[in-house]
Design a protein around this ligand. Structure first.
Ligand code: ADP
Ligand code: MG
Length: 241
């Protein structure tokens, strides 16, 4: 991100909780236009809960704004309408619906006159979707389903895209396709938050990294500064003592 890039997502003092149990606290970060921020951290650190709190599907506190507009008092569907889109861990597809139907559903968050163009953009990024328009989502491979999940989000013209472990369980060939898609979206000026366990994948696309341990940020920095695997492991361990 250049220094003067517009801030698309600003989060401050974010928490996430299940009942009275707080699993994230005081998380502050922002994402600029054309920037990919990766959120790293061990299992159970609170990465999924953090994205859920920002998206409005997990309870939490804190100030969240998209393009300067405060959204933290809005329910999840209105946060989505405000431009914030989450591709969840389970991909959030409708398995019995076709590729076309899933893309159409995603595009309903965009103005009607742009839907066709946005679906075309999704199929350009992931040409396999264009070949499978009438196939049911559940009959596709894991990699194809992940492409559809991202494509469905793109069809809704997000300002900020949040992805929860998109590479999980996928073949390495799919990594390249996803990486190129994320790079293309970044070049278009989208803001991207990427939760990843695959550190090599994260490092290959990140502009900035955040490391979350026990629900708190223990490290944040430009991608170039971190993170060798050893340094990352050390930051996990230090904060767990
Ligand atoms: N639905 C839930 N109810 C209660 N606790 C949960 C729930 N989901 C996650 N947790 C707890 O919140 C913590 C953070 O989990 P999670 O956000 O899934 O971490 P990560 O995505 O980094 O692996 C864990 O201790 C987990 O057990
Ligand atoms: Mg998770």
């Amino acid at each position: 991100m250049t220094k003067h890039a517009e801030i698309l997502l600003e989060c401050s003092g974010i928490s996430a909780r299940y009942g009275h149990i707080r699993v994230c606290r005081e998380v502050n970060f922002s994402v600029g236009a054309g920037e990919i921020v990766t959120v790293l951290g061990p299992n159970g650190a609170g990465k999924t809960s953090l994205l859920g709190s920002i998206a409005g599907i997990v309870a939490g506190e804190g100030a969240i704004s998209v393009r300067g507009k405060s959204i933290d008092r809005l329910p999840a569907y209105r946060r989505a309408r405000a431009g914030l889109r989450l591709v969840p861990e389970g991909r959030g597809l409708f398995g019995t619906m076709t590729v076309r139907e899933n893309l159409l559903l995603g595009s309903r968050l965009a103005p009607e006159d742009r839907r066709h163009e946005l679906i075309a953009k999704a199929t350009q990024l992931f040409p396999v979707l264009a070949d499978r328009m009438e196939q049911r989502a559940r009959d596709m491979s894991g990699g194809e389903q992940q492409m559809l999940a991202v494509g469905k989000a793109i069809a809704g013209d997000p300002t900020v895209l949040m992805l929860d472990e998109p590479t999980q369980g996928l073949a390495p060939q799919v990594f390249d396709i996803l990486r190129r898609a994320l790079e293309a979206l970044r070049n278009d000026g989208m803001g991207i938050v990427l939760v990843e366990q695959h550190h090599a994948f994260a490092a290959s696309v990140a502009d900035r990294n955040i490391v979350l341990v026990n629900g708190q940020i223990v490290h944040s920095g430009e991608a170039g500064q971190i993170l060798g695997r050893e340094a990352l492991m050390a930051s996990y361990t230090e904060s767990e003592i």
